[in-house]
Structure formats: structure tokens, C-alpha cells
Design a binder for this molecule. Structure first.
Ligand code: ZN
Length: 442
């Protein structure tokens, strides 16, 4: 039998899946990503080792809806040296030490003057904060409050060897053609430096999911996007307006690597098929989860769900960003995300895709009273639990397969498990009692 999503899930090799996704996260960790520049570009090139994504370059100054692609930022080195020439802050130890998008600087400052350019977290004195200055040309350093407090009052040499010049914004894209052109989009923001749950987790999980889907036959077409948050998604939408109507379902992947419970934020449409599919998968998993209504805050679902775009795109997370104390600090590292949490996210998303792929509508071909199932060998009279469950799936399918109700509609109404309905529907089709409708049929 050829490989399907179902067989991939049934033969899930926990140890191997855990190791594979964690390897990708680890490979992405060192890069100093930003909304533009080589850190982002080289991260996407690294992902090309795992899946054949394409890199796209959008030139500085390109107008994308109400926004303009900014200058490209690149950084080679940065430090603060004390009067003995010792690096007391060193970019080579952590890329969080430099305010992301800092303009170049090379000067000598007293501690008091330096203070205006240093950010710390007094409440978490051992963590380095993450700060950006994307749309405001300035410079700064981030360091642990404990290290800052230990600096004596003397003259310091500060250097940021960066450039902020016309260049490009890079994003990654991988598309799988299905039997229809209708698309499912998975989008992961890819613009934070060494921060694992916030950005690396979504990038790695999207990559593994793409790899799995590349190995199976698909009904929908799938598009994976690795984009800088906000500006990257706006750029993609502005440059692909003709594709937007074909997006039938979508998920933004964010914070999918911490061991917390799953959290799903519904699309603006609220009860779109993707919203109900994710809810069904999380409910069937038996683990704790949380569902939230759409809000115009959060990740890139804000762009997909803006009123003029309004695609059914929700946000799939474990603990959402800004709701765990490690977020936007050096504590969001490779110890905070775990291999099992990352791999379980891939597994749930595969189950969501499996549901979308099988969520057909069927037409009952024998609608006047019930068909005689016994004559066809379909009535499991003495069949025990399995037989009773099969009969239950059959009677619900026959009653609601009027061409209007999908399998998910029937699953939600009957509480019969989705996979059982899929299997029973295939049997009824083989016996000439149901006809499968295609996406285009109504
Ligand atoms: Zn963030």
C-alpha cells in the first residue's frame, strides 16, 4: 500500500520524529535573524537541506499595500570593551546582545552615557532581553541586569559593526500541487534571532510538516511560508493577490515547541472549516487544550484576517507568545523547547491535514427509507462493539449524506469519530449506496 497521511500517523516513530524536528530547531538557533538580511537568508538556506523551499527577494523600497520594504540590515560583530580592552558584552556569545536593526556605531562613552543605550530586565536579572528598532534608526545593547550592575564607572568602547542599506527582504516558500488548485497555507514568522519557541519552533514544525506532506498524495495544494512577521506576510499577500481567493484554509504556526497545552485561536470567520477541523483534532486527542475567539492582536493571522483579505486562517500554538515569562529573553532557548513538544505539534497538524483531505460531502443514492443493509452484508448484527460502532457510522452517513453535510458536519453532530466515518463512507461507496462529491460539485 502506498504511503498516506493516515499510515504516516499510524506508523509514527516517536524517537525518530522527536530527533528530526529538534535537529532543525538546533540548526536554526545560531543565526542572527531579523526582518531582512543574511541571518534570515542563511536560515532559509539551512532549511533547504530539509525541504526544497524557494527563496524570494523583494527589493528595498517596494511598495506592499500601505507599507514599504525597509533597508536591509546586516551585522558582523558588536561589543562593549572596558578600559582594559576586555569585551564585557560580546555579540559572538549571544546575538540578543544587540538591539536588532541597530545602526553602526563606534565610539567611547562613560557608563552614564552608555546607560541610555542599554536594556536589561531588573525583574529577571540573569536573562538578556530581546529588543528591536525596525522603523527607527538608533542603536543599543541588551544584557543581563546582573552584568550591567557589575560594570564599574569608567570609559567604554562601544562598537556595532552593522550595515543598514538598500537590499532585499527575503522569504521562503514551498508549494505542493494537489489534485485541486484550492490551497491550504501554513505560515511561520522567521525574523527573531536566537529565540526558540518564538519563531524557531514554527519554522522547524512547518519544515517537518512540509516534508511529510511531500511524501503523500494530496487533494488540496499546500503552500508553506517562512516570512518575517508583519512586513513579510504583508509583502507576500501584496505580491500574490491572485492567489488569495484560492486559500481555502490556513494556519499561522507560532510557539509550538514549549511543553504547554495546545491553544487555538479561531480565524476571523469563527467557524470556518479549519476552525472546526483543529477543534475536532484537539478534542479527539484526549489532551487538554484551549480554544480562543479571534482578536485583531497576535501573529500574522492579523494580516490574513484583515477585512480586505479575510481568509479562514487561525493561529495554532502551544503557550502563546507573551504568555510565558521566557518570551523575548535569552531563556527562550533550546532547553525551553522540547523535542516531544515540537514533534507532537507536527503530529497534530498532520491529523488536521488528514481531516481536511477527507472532509468530503457524499450523496445518498437510496434516500427513500433505509436501504436493506443485511442483504448487502453491511449490517453487523452480532458484531460486538466494532460492529455497533460501524452500524452507528453507517446510519448517520446515510441520513445526512444529502450533498450538503460534510463528514465533519456529521462527526460533530453524531459524535462518531471522524476516522470511523471515513472508513464507513468508503464501504458504502464500494456498495453503491453513497457517491462522493468533489470540491467543485456545488
Ligand atoms: Zn516575538
Amino acid at each position: 500500500m502506498s504511503k498516506t497521511i493516515r499510515t504516516a500517523l499510524e506508523s509514527w516513530d516517536v524517537k525518530n520524529e522527536d530527533a528530526k524536528v529538534y535537529e532543525i530547531a538546533s540548526a536554526l538557533f545560531p543565526f542572527c535573524r531579523s526582518i531582512t538580511g543574511d541571518g534570515l537568508r542563511n536560515s532559509l538556506r539551512t532549511l533547504q537541506k530539509y525541504v526544497a523551499l524557494a527563496l524570494h527577494e523583494v527589493p528595498t523600497g517596494t511598495q506592499v499595500f500601505d507599507w514599504t520594504i525597509p533597508k536591509e540590515w546586516n551585522i558582523r560583530d558588536a561589543f562593549i570593551k572596558d578600559s582594559n580592552g576586555k569585551r564585557v558584552v560580546d555579540f559572538q556569545n549571544s546575538n540578543l546582545h544587540v538591539v536588532n536593526y541597530s545602526v553602526p556605531v563606534n565610539q567611547k562613552l562613560r557608563l552614564k552615557e552608555l546607560q541610555n543605550h542599554v536594556f536589561t530586565l531588573p525583574a529577571s536579572p540573569d536573562r538578556i532581553p530581546y529588543r528591536t528598532s525596525y522603523y527607527n534608526e538608533t542603536w543599543g545593547f541588551c544584557m543581563s541586569h546582573r552584568e550591567w550592575e557589575s560594570l564599574p564607572d569608567q570609559e567604554y568602547e562601544v562598537c556595532i559593526d552593522s550595515t543598514l542599506e538598500p537590499g532585499h527582504l527575503t522569504f521562503g516558500e514551498f508549494r505542493l500541487q494537489g489534485t485541486t488548485d484550492d490551497e491550504v497555507v501554513f505560515s511561520a514568522h522567521s525574523c527573531h534571532p536566537s529565540l526558540c519557541n518564538d519563531n524557531i519552533s514554527g519554522m522547524a514544525v512547518a519544515t517537518r510538516l512540509a516534508k511529510h506532506l511531500a511524501e503523500v498524495p494530496l487533494r488540496y495544494s499546500y503552500r508553506f511560508l517562512w516570512v518575517p512577521a508583519t512586513i513579510g506576510t504583508i509583502a507576500w499577500l501584496a505580491l500574490n493577490e491572485s492567489v488569495i481567493p484560492r486559500i481555502k484554509h490556513g494556519l499561522v504556526l507560532s510557539s509550538v515547541g514549549d511543553p504547554g497545552r495546545f491553544t487555538y485561536k479561531r480565524s476571523r470567520q469563527g467557524s470556518a472549516e479549519i476552525d472546526r477541523a483543529v477543534e475536532h483534532v484537539l478534542r479527539s486527542s484526549g489532551s487538554e487544550f484551549e480554544l480562543r475567539e479571534f482578536t485583531p492582536y497576535g501573529c500574522d493571522e492579523r494580516q490574513y484576517c484583515s477585512p480586505g483579505i479575510d481568509r479562514p486562517v487561525g493561529c495554532f500554538s502551544r503557550t502563546p507568545n507573551e504568555e510565558y515569562p521566557e518570551n523575548h529573553t535569552s531563556a527562550d532557548n533550546l532547553n525551553f523547547v522540547t523535542a516531544p513538544a515540537l514533534a507532537e505539534s507536527v503530529q497534530r497538524l498532520l491529523a488536521v491535514v488528514d481531516l481536511l483531505e477527507h472532509n468530503h460531502r457524499y450523496l445518498n443514492l437510496n434516500t427513500k427509507c433505509e436501504p436493506q443493509l443485511g442483504r448487502r452484508g453491511l449490517y453487523a448484527q452480532f458484531g460486538g462493539k466494532g460492529g455497533r460502532l460501524f452500524n452507528e457510522a453507517v446510519v448517520w452517513l446515510l441520513n445526512f449524506s444529502d450533498g450538503k453535510h460534510s463528514l465533519l458536519d456529521i462527526a460533530d453532530r453524531s459524535k462518531v469519530e471522524f476516522g470511523r466515518l471515513v472508513e464507513a463512507a468508503e464501504v458504502l461507496v464500494a456498495n453503491g449506496l453513497l457517491q462522493k462529491l468533489e470540491l467543485s460539485d456545488g
